[in-house]
Design a protein around this ligand. Sequence first.
Ligand SMILES: *Cc1c(COP(=O)(O)O)cnc(C)c1O
Length: 351
Amino acid sequence: MVNIESLVRKNIWELKPYSTARNEFSGEASVFLDANESSYNAPYNRYPDPMQWELKRAIAAQKNVAAEQIALGGAGSDELIDLLIRTFCEPKQDNIVAIAPTYAMYKVAADINNVEYRKVALNAQFDLCANELLRVTDEHTKQIWLCSPNNPTGNSLNRREIVKIIEAFSGIVVLDEAYIDFSEHKTFLRELHKYPNLVVLQTFSKAWASAGVRLGMAFAAREIIDVLNKVKYPYNINVLTQQHALQHIVQHDDDVKTWVKNLLAEREKLRAALISLPCVLHTFPSDANFILTKVADANATYRYLVSRGVIVRNRHNVEMCESCLRITVGTPEENAKLLAELRSVEPKEAQ
Ligand SMILES: *Cc1c(COP(=O)(O)O)cnc(C)c1O
């Protein structure tokens, strides 16, 4: 039903990718004089593996998928978001459909690529209606973008509606699972074998506690991953990142579980404490590591917190998030400091 060739931009499908020295010979040898590298300063003198097989095998084992089903982004998921749009969408001709509100990078990447971005508002509970998204698609819609748990709302989208979109849409469905480790809902990685048009995005930046490392992951059927690999920069994951990520997976697999468990306990404590404050009108349920919080006056509260050295994300100007701050769950000490400052914000004073 889904024909990947017909979805990929024609010039990309026909592209003969750059062939690196490391593509043309990868095997055992003792003398490498093929890539104009320096012979000093090992191991950083050598170009990294362009396909990152060792790291992908470790991720594959961790996530229970095949290494061939993984593409990596060396500028985080942000790189993969751009890569997906650039590979499939013809500028000034194709469009993508996305939920609103959601992560702002999808629209930025569409705008950079001159690809029309069609947004469909979530309902009052910030949940998804498959039919409404499907209704705005046309023959030029190459992708539907979903994010679950969603940013900045924090909730998970209804699974049946997600499935309905994947099954009914003949283009690519990108499901961003950046926050999935904080959620009780199951990842769609287990469904990849059923859906040749599904791309799942995950990242090292959130539960894996490595935002500074910049490593994003795309999981999909091999046919999609093969095309992405043709388009990506040849050495897009540097040696330092590959080494660090590999070591992190090996050393911190159990730690990540502990960190997530602690964070979830802290999230529920923070949410209860926030609701009890005079300036807080509402906290939205969260499946992520942040809490969307409605206050009496978001701009004034944001400015006050800044003046006290506490930075949260002001989402007042985001559709459906009027008067809302997005607050990341921090350490118990950081959360206590935030709460202490918010306690002195009077509801009327702020208005
Ligand atoms: C934080 C976040 C990401 C992660 O982006 P990186 O570039 O990998 O740091 C991706 N998607 C969403 C929705 C996010 O909130």
